[in-house]
Every structure is written in C-alpha cells, then in structure tokens.
Design a protein around this ligand. Structure first.
Ligand code: PGA
Length: 244
C-alpha cells in the first residue's frame, strides 16, 4: 500500500493535521491548483482551522470545484452544498474562483455543462473527499462505475438518512455528483475520516477487494493518497499500516 496515514487523537488535532496536509499539497503545485472540497460533518474541524489560519497568514489561492449537489433546490436554499461550502470555507478564505453546480437547472443540461467543463479544463489537481458509511464518495453510491463522469444519481436510503441528520430539513432524493472517473484522475487525493462509525467501511475500502460495491475502494489505486483520520476511525486498521 502506497498511501500515507496521518492519525489524529481528537477533533482539534484532526483539524490541524488535515490543514497541514492540505496546505502542503496546495503549495506543491506550480500553477493555481484546482481543488475539490467535501461537505458533511467530517471536514468541519479542518475548515475551522483553515479559517483561523487565514486570519493570520495569506493562504494559497485555489480554484474550487464542486463535488456534488442536491437537485431541484432554489438559489439561496440552506441545504445547498455550494452554500454550505461558501459559508464554511470559501468565503472566509476569499476563494472567488468557483465551479458551482446549478441545482435548479435542467438536470441533464446541467450534467452536460459540467462534463464539458471538466473535459475542457482537464483533470483536477487535488481531491479532498470524505467517505460515507456505505462506502460512497461524493454521491457515488455503491454500484457506481469507476469510469463514470459527472452524472445524476438517486440517493440511497442510508445517505438520505445520514444527510437529514445535518439538521437542515428533508433532503432531495436526486443529486448530481462528479463521478469516480473524475476523482480518479486527480493528481493528489486527501481522504478525511472521523468517528467510530466509519471504522469498518474505512478498513473495508482500503484493505478489501477493489470493487464498485464500495466506491471508495478506488482509492487503493490512487498514486498519491493521504488519509487523515482520527483514532476512532482507524480502530479497524492494522497498526503496521498506520505507523509504517
Ligand atoms: P459525513 O459525510 O462527513 O457527514 O459523515 C461524509 C460522506 O457521506 O461522504
């Protein structure tokens, strides 16, 4: 296994270490890098540290690419991932270059627009992602093909339940996501994982068979991968992999 694991004892350390890994990666690109950032609960301590650091130092600018979005929500809806990301990290870091999905647009036209954009602009430089308890990445649910590009998905019951827990009300059943085929082309990948409930799927994804049943298992084949995870999430990973 070629990936690096960065363990963290608690949320505070998780945020600091994720920010260190992220800022080091950002600084390694010659040109302004294109970066996918995740939404969800996992990255919140990481975003908090980025906001803090942005107050005392100039952070490297990047071009933000959206990973996924619900379909059918109007502009300004509190559930929009684009809005969540803007509020948590992009506005505070003054990142103005944003490739945003239009939730209210005609879905197939919007997917075509996103695909065309990615075809024109080439592979992303850095993908920062999380993992769902069912092994999803972005909204690539189990069964999603590894060569899929941006596409429309129907969310699984488990994902809808998990996302309803964000406390922003009911969530749509349909969404747009970049495909594993887009994420696999990233030059570098950072996987963020927090909490005991992710321990089993993390171990399965990284140690088991590479299979579309567990979309995140594609990560085993990424040439440059860093996993930043707390000790609870790492509890089912062998020590020799964590501390090699
Ligand atoms: P979470 O979501 O960070 O809220 O657990 C991650 C995901 O489902 O990808």
């Amino acid at each position: 296994m070629k990936y690096t694991v960065v363990p963290a004892l608690n949320d505070e350390e998780f945020g600091e270490k994720a920010a260190d890994v992220f800022l080091r990666a950002l600084g390694s690109f010659e040109k302004t890098p294109s970066v996918v950032l995740p939404t969800g609960n996992t990255p919140l301590p990481f975003f908090a540290v980025l906001r803090e650091r942005a107050q005392s130092q100039a952070l490297r600018p990047f071009n933000s690419l959206q990973l996924d979005e619900y379909l059918g929500l109007p502009d300004g809806d509190a559930r929009l991932f684009s809005r969540w990301l803007a509020h948590e990290v992009l506005d505070p870091l003054k990142i103005s270059s944003r490739m945003i999905f239009n939730s209210a647009a005609d879905p197939s036209e919007e997917v075509n627009r996103i695909k065309a954009w990615h075809a024109l602009n080439g592979a992303m430089d850095l993908a920062v992602i999380g993992i769902g308890e069912n092994g999803h990445v972005g909204f690539n649910e189990p069964g999603a093909k590894f060569d899929h590009r941006a596409n429309i998905v129907t969310l699984s019951g488990q994902t809808i339940e998990a996302n309803t827990s964000y406390g922003r009300g009911d969530v749509p059943r349909k969404a747009i996501t970049l495909g594993i085929g887009d994420l696999r082309r990233a030059y570098e990948t950072i996987l963020l994982v927090r909490g005991e409930r992710k321990a089993e799927i993390l171990a399965k994804a990284m140690l088991g068979e590479v299979t579309t049943d567990i979309p995140a298992s594609y990560l085993q084949q990424q040439p440059r991968l860093t996993i930043v995870a707390d000790t609870a999430a790492l509890s089912k990973m062998p020590r020799d992999i964590i501390f090699k």
